[in-house]
Design a protein around this ligand. Structure first.
Ligand SMILES: *Cc1c(COP(=O)(O)O)cnc(C)c1O
Length: 426
């Protein structure tokens, strides 16, 4: 049986198959470049594992206090080496990216200090962490002030106002690499380096932290290579490689990582306690697979950008742009189209493919939201997933795919659904 026939059995029409095949054929060179980056990053991870002398003994489960958890300590050494930091905190006890960012911030800021975001409003969930939106336990309640300088309308840094915003109280500067769900470009590692250099010229002892979510292994360097004191992320995104069932990481300067660890556990305990239970092998193996998984997700994002661009939809980033994270936005222009797209993604999933996602009123959002995810790990967005608020301009954000082949099927199924609903006419 040839490929076209197996796709037919999965509900893909000849039209969609042909269009997808044509589009893919145009992307050969870009995909080859992605494979080279993945190869480079794969070597970086293997080198880190070899230097840390990873052994099967490190996969053993620990319990209780988790003192002398050799696997956990070695995993942290691997993260520190792979991301070129002095120290790392990589824990099952960090429940999400938001949690990792919270302990990095609250561990390193003290009452009277000021936090600055020079790249505009941070990710939604951080609004309550910082206290931009009133919430119990926010940094604001602890007397930590917040300042923000927006990007200029062309996406560049507003250096003049950044210099003005930095003052004697400025202790930490937070830089979000990925656009998340904002309408701004994702920052390249190079641009992050330029911003950090500027900030350090204004105030050399300020701590520069990068929210690295969705950015790991997209490029050959990470923000720690260009001056970041701390990088922070989630293990159910890129660096968990799809295998980590939970977790977050913080890598960077030892004193900064230590301060975060006293927030995660307790003053005096820090990194010394915290059992890894039975999760170490999944953490090691997930990191090992991550460069290849990220390349697959990037191929999916670029493929989708090109498919939908050819059909006349607005896509961000566009089909030709260089990539700095794994998120792809497609503006579909109507509620029906957004729903059809998400239902197509769901129908391609290995898990819960029979479920039909519908918009619902999710707490914390001002419009109904539709989400498609047939994931092995709940909420994992390195796995193929899509979501969209049901409001103009009716854009869907999608990301992930543990393999390029699955991402490809997901995008073909979304297009098939749009075809079946007669939203896309051939
Ligand atoms: C996902 C994400 C977060 C928060 O991570 P959760 O694991 O969902 O809490 C923070 N910042 C950015 C840029 C993200 O993409």
């Amino acid at each position: 049986m040839n490929r076209e026939e197996i796709y037919k059995e999965l509900g893909i029409s000849q039209q969609v198959w042909k269009f997808a095949a044509e589009t893919e054929a145009q992307l050969k060179e870009r995909f080859a470049a992605l494979d080279e980056t993945a190869e480079y990053n794969q070597m970086k991870v293997i080198k880190a594992m070899q230097e840390a002398r990873v052994s099967d003994i490190h996969f053993a489960a620990t319990n209780g206090y988790g003192y002398n958890d050799l696997g956990r300590d070695t995993l942290e050494e691997v993260y520190a080496r792979a991301f070129h930091g002095e120290s790392a905190l990589v824990r099952t006890q960090i429940i999400s990216g938001t949690h990792a960012l919270h302990i990095a911030l609250s561990g390193n800021l003290r009452p009277g200090d000021e936090l600055l975001s020079p790249v505009g409003k941070p990710y939604d969930t951080l609004e309550e962490v910082i206290g931009i939106r009133e919430s119990t336990g926010s940094l604001k309640e602890y007397g930590i002030a917040y300042r923000q300088v927006d990007l200029l309308s062309d996406g560049s840094f507003d250096y003049e106002n950044i210099a003005r915003a930095i003052n004697s109280r400025t202790k930490l500067v937070t830089i979000q690499r990925s656009k998340g769900y904002a309408a701004r470009p994702t920052l390249s590692v190079k641009r992050i380096g330029e911003l950090i250099a500027f900030v350090k010229r204004c105030k050399p002892d300020v701590i520069c932290m990068v929210d690295n979510c969705y950015g790991e292994f997209v490029e050959r360097t990470e923000p720690t290579d260009v001056g970041a004191d701390l990088i922070v992320g989630s293990l159910i995104k890129n660096p968990g490689g799809g295998l980590a069932p939970i977790g977050g990481y913080i890598v960077g300067r030892k004193d900064c990582v230590d301060r975060a660890s006293y927030r995660l556990s307790a003053p005096g305990l820090g990194k010394e306690a915290g059992a890894s239970l039975g999760v170490n092998q999944a953490f090691f193996q997930g990191l090992f697979l991550s460069p290849a998984v990220v390349a697959g997700a990037l191929k999916g994002a670029i493929f989708a950008a090109n498919i939908y661009e050819r059909l006349g939809f607005a896509v961000m980033p566009d089909g030709k742009e260089s990539r700095h994270d794994i998120i792809q936005a497609v503006t579909l222009g109507s509620k029906e189209a957004v729903i059809a797209f998400c239902q197509g993604i769901q129908a391609a999933a290995p898990v819960d493919s029979f479920a039909v996602p519908e918009p619902w009123d999710m707490p914390g959002y001002d419009a109904p939201v539709i989400m498609a995810a047939g994931a092995f790990v709940q909420g994992s967005s390195i796995e193929l997933s899509a979501d969209a608020p049901i409001k103009p301009p009716y854009a869907v954000y999608f990301q992930g795919g543990l393999t390029w082949y699955h991402a490809k099927l997901g995008i073909m199924k979304s297009l098939q659904k749009l075809t079946d609903e007669k939203i896309v006419k051939w």
